[in-house]
Design a protein around this ligand. Structure first.
Ligand code: SF4
Length: 337
């Protein structure tokens, strides 16, 4: 288990931390040249070996350089729906704003892996002004979702300026931030709590895939945000070898509820390049969720969703209970309607 205080960013760091053999240096360098690598201390400390549910998410693997026929660089079609840099507009009432493409950790299954990285994607002040102007010119947009990259990697000052500019747009009624920071760098979240206390309702959606990511530090930082009146939701990607069992999902969703986090979405893996080793078939995902029905409180049940590849939108794909004039009970028995 690594105990370093610096973020691991390359093969040397992985080998020093005991997360890869020295003989793997060449293969790791090849992956690192293609896709960003970062494992901050809070997550590195949770990795017992590279193949465990935490290591598997963040330790690079040579398999990432093998692209399956169905995989695509922009699996959910962001680029086709971007009217100005930084904005993605796919649904009438909401828009994404991506102020930067930097993350605290780089997930090996990331759906934006062709774009995210430590060097790129910070919108200039002029680009941000164009994004605000676009939003001001589209009164049907009632919700702005800050994503990236990870918006909580911005400095408190810059994040505060962006939230203030969005809150000043009269038709924007709702703000949302999608982030990995609470589990990857809890101290950074603590430094941002004041900035997140804005007049426009703000929801924080935290990406968490395994119960062990919710450490005491992460829970304490999230609690500090909740005390500011910011509701917190959880989103999870269904991943082979990470959370592909009913026990793992139950433990995760129970840990979220214990931290006052409502499980919101369980995502089917997006077919980004080199991620096939994480894929769980939809039929298996539906069976897992069906197993949890009746076993956990309804509050613990997320919506199982697929972003239809090619940018065709996000739809629920969870188990069906009504079919052929019958309804399924939580224990798998059918009853006539
Ligand atoms: S935190 Fe999100 S955007 Fe960043 S690498 Fe992970 S999945 Fe991708």
């Amino acid at each position: 288990m690594p105990d370093g205080r610096a973020t691991i960013r390359d093969s040397a760091g992985l080998i020093d931390a005991g997360l890869a053999p020295a003989s793997g240096r060449g293969a790791l360098d090849a992956v690192g040249a293609r896709y960003a690598v970062a494992i901050p201390p809070a997550l590195a400390a949770l990795i017992e070996h590279p193949g465990d549910p935490i290591g598997r998410q963040f330790v690079p693997d040579p398999a990432e350089l093998t692209v399956a026929a169905h995989e695509r660089a922009d699996p959910i079609g962001d680029d086709a729906f971007s009217p100005v840099p930084g904005i993605v507009h796919r649904y009438p009432d909401r828009a994404l704003l991506k102020p930067l493409l930097i993350c605290p950790v780089y997930c090996r299954f990331c759906f934006r892996r062709e774009h995210v990285g430590p060097d790129g994607g910070v919108l200039t002040p002029a680009a941000l002004d164009r994004a605000y102007a676009w939003l001001r010119g589209h009164p049907a947009v009632r919700e702005v979702i800050l994503t990236g990259g990870d918006p909580l990697m911005l400095s408190p000052r810059r994040l505060g300026e962006i939230l203030g500019a969005l809150a000043a747009i009269p038709h924007v009624e709702l703000l949302r931030i999608h982030t990995r920071v609470p589990v990857a760098e809890p101290d950074r979240l603590l430094a941002l709590t004041e900035v997140l206390d804005v007049a426009t309702p703000l929801w924080l959606v935290v990406h968490i895939n395994h119960a062990r990511e919710l450490t005491a530090d992460a829970v304490a930082a999230i609690r500090a945000v909740q005390r500011r009146g910011v509701p917190v939701l959880g989103q999870t990607v269904l991943l082979r070898g990470v959370n592909d069992s009913a026990d793992a999902l139950e433990a995760l969703f129970r840990a979220m509820l214990a931290a006052r986090i409502k499980p919101y979405y369980l995502h089917q893996l997006d077919p980004a390049p080199g991620t096939a080793r994480f894929a769980v078939p939809i039929a298996e995902g539906r069976a897992l969720l069906a197993t949890l029905r009746g076993r956990v409180t309804g509050l613990a049940w997320p919506t199982y969703v697929l972003d239809i590849p090619g940018g065709h939108g996000k739809v629920p794909i969870g188990p069906e209970y009504v079919a052929d004039g019958t309804v399924l009970d939580p224990w798998g028995r059918r009853h006539p309607l």
